[in-house]
Ligand binder design. Sequence first.
Ligand code: C6P
Length: 417
Amino acid sequence: MGEAEPMFDPYRVREDFPILRRRIEGKPLIYLDNAATSQKPIQVIEAIRRFYEESNANVHRGVHTLSQEASELYERAHEEVAEFIGAEGIEEIIFTKNATEAINLVAYSLGCKGLGPGDEVVVTLMEHHSNIVPWENLSKVRGFKVKYADVNDEGGLDYEDLEGLVTRRTKIVCVTHVSNVTGAKNDLARISKIARDNGAMVLVDGAQSVPHMPIDVKRLGIDFLAFSGHKMLAPTGIGVLYGRREILEEMEPFLGGGEMIREVRCDKSDGTCRITYNELPWKFEAGTPNVSGGVGLMEAIRYLRGLGMEWVERHEAELTKYALKGLGEMDGIRCYGPGPDSERGGIISFNMDGFDPHDLALLLDQFGIMVRSGFHCAEPLHQRLGLKGSVRASFYVYNVKEEIDELIRALEEIRKG
Ligand code: C6P
């Protein structure tokens, strides 16, 4: 009997990404900056073009054919996102600009109603700045306290420290699912239990997990999930906040304007204005939304579902193991984060002795290899690990082992000078 057909073929996937045909410095492009943003398949590019060529109109505002079509597409995009992450329905799916705006929406909405003096918010030292700065800024205005759960020397979450910090005063625990620096993956079921035992809500930053693995918000028992379309094959400018319906119904809108209201009645004689909000999710989507972004995100999700999220996860785990082994065998390279046999995402940060991270990234660029360097918007984690920065390689569906071989070959060449 012949070998079974592989279910997932990254070489076939590559053909869908026009940008991968580019050459940089005369060399084939090797794109290893997927944690910053992913490349886009032709299917997504075409879907956006089709929308503008055939159906472009504002949504929920016109009775004409184009507005009806655009509204249907936009609503269907919410439905497909809901299915993708196991939400109950579109009431739980709010489209935002990106993960950052999704987290800010929760922070500022809770800041309007629900967070004040005596309350606490628990975050972790491994958070991206977007899951720290909104809470810190708001705490100064609203008088609540932000506490930080520690990480261990490998950059993994210190669950005992977290458990000690979460108390009856804690209103919300805000954690990343996968670190954008070390790839460390947090145990959300364990975190949810700690929060729930203390009556706290859980917000998960899924920016580095939703694009890369199957996610079921109901099974994870979380209250909020924030993620960005641009890291999962969709265009920039579209992101998602999942929120549990009962909680969203109680929350105040973050932004006011058109679309998010049902009625605005102003009485000039007595100066009163009565505003009633629209139903979910539109209550949280003020103004003309990013309709083409929603269409692009829907197509990106169809593409990822076509590949199968289990296969996406398995492929990236294989690449990560392979890269960690290769880098681990090199002299003068230090990789951070959990070991190759741990549960982790496809993100590896490292340093090479004697090289500044930005210099190393620039040198790799001359080999056609795109990596990120610096703090990756996670300065507190770098401080905790005693690092002045790092170089980061991050993988996605179109990366192949040969590209990792090239990365290692380039690093060897740079090291030898
Ligand atoms: N991290 C990186 O290179 P936005 O910018 O809103 O799409 O995503 C913010 C964000 C939130 N959480 C995590 C864990 C993230 O990694 C990011 C984005 C990019 O690591 C750009 S700074």
